[in-house]
Ligand binder design. Sequence first.
Ligand SMILES: [Zn+2]
Length: 615
Amino acid sequence: MVQPYPVGPVDRVDPNEKMLFLSAIRTTMFAMASTPEDRDLPSSHADSILRDAFGLRKWRPHQREAVGAVLAGRDVVVTLPTGHGKSLVYQLPAVALDGLMLVVSPLIALMEDQVGALRARGFRAACLNSLQESSQRRETLAAALRGEYDLLYVTPERFRSPAFRGSLDDLGVVRLAVDEAHCISAWGHDFRPDYSRLGAYREALGDPPTIALTATATARVTREIVESLRLRDPLIVRAGIERPNLFFAVRTIESRDERLDHLADRLGSIDGPGIVYTSLIRDLEEFHVELARRGIETLVYHGKLSTSERQAMQDRFMTSERSIVLATNAFGMGVDKADIRFVIHAQIPRTLEAWTQEIGRAGRDGRPSFCELLYFEEDLAIQQTFVDWANPSIEYMMLVYETLRGWGERVQTKDLDDLRAELLVKNRHDNRVSICLRWLEVLEVTAGSFEGHDLRVVRELNPDEFPEWAGSGEKRDHDLRALLEMLRFAKERERCRRQLLADHFDLDAAPDACGRCDVCASTDEFVATSFERRQAPSSLRASERSNEASPSHCLPDVEFERGDWVEVGKGLRGQIVRVERTGRSVRLIIQDATSLEECSIDPRRRRVRRLPRSS
Ligand SMILES: [Zn+2]
């Protein structure tokens, strides 16, 4: 159900702020009482757009009410797990309303996917980002100014571009949507300094009604979103941690060997695609080798791979029916794969918010799926160090600034590694320098970038220009407390994990134990009764060969046939080695012409183009 403004245990609420809360609750409750979900709002117009433009017959929980509020011009904060149709809350109004829906989204890959999907369905959508040629950006902006789009996606950094900022008045923005809105919160797990300026940008746009969207937000983060975006009397929509098909488990591990044995055992007992998250690339690489020795092949995804390698790994995972990907937390935003059967954290994540977001990728098809966290005490030290690095002191930030200034003109012959060397940074994971550079950029002390070879200091910086909390002990303590909460969750053996999560996110919990967590039920029994065992690579090939040998699998109306050369999306090119038909579903088994790997593609879900024979 829709939650009123959250009033659970909130740290340090001053009395005035509390009054503000209470009035917000009353307003929301009043609004709820006068417009129940299944009456008048939103209009039947929205219902017909849902059906005709989006091809959907039914609203998912919370969508109808949120869309109604957006159409009515109210500010809205939507917290819905990924895969629950958050995007529709702004996409449908974008179609329904005259004027532009400006969408702020932090990840370029994600926005390009969304724009591609929207355009494929005939919507007037475009995006502006730093990976485009400047001529392309100019054309897109000009088209937006001519009113050719209903949706325009931009990264928050775009607002720093003078050309874009100069166009804000003329874009005809009727609504602003802020995706991944938790990035606004200095206390959230994904803070991005650029997000902290969105309130000011919103003002520059003439204060359009605003939709903030996120998958996970505690009461405190929700409050920060409201304050930072300067929302007025927003409708707060929060979904619970329902997902009854997910089983939650925590396993305490005593040694590195035990962890590998356990991982191999688990992966062997669950067939189907899944993700194993790790904190450190070093460990990820070790798992990859050691699991292979135990007969389990894995894909790898981490920040040391090039963009194209990461894209290739992601594509292979998305099209596979049983791949396991070993990944750092860089993997996942934008991964919308319905049949992920498990998400295992081989190392403890930073916060419960991060964990919740990451496990939320499992089981979007509603089938039983498994989420396990392996807790090994040694890993805690890694996370504590990460907390220190995530919070460079003001002195450190000033040191970075002074170093750049001291270099003068020479800064353009240097790169990030030079700066790290100058500051004696030894550990690859120590990202303090990058965080400081980000701040200098956001405060407009520097312009350009190392990558563009045009970084320069454009004005002087005074240490008191940083926001109060930046570089403060308070922020670091907050992050350590969040880690402690994660630890408490990991060590809990008495209380149902769903109830613990509900407490953490200030949501109503069912009074009864859930029966789908390791505290309430037997983990091994769940795994044994819910999944097929993973097929060994050799037996897999044998069974696939038997499919190939049976011509009855290929019905006469096959559009593609064995031997066809095809292109899938814009990346993969290869030859169809087999067409599999089960009932009405078709799968093309395609051998990638470059890697010679086989992958299984559903031609109804991916764009597959037959290439002329000669290519
Ligand atoms: Zn439970």
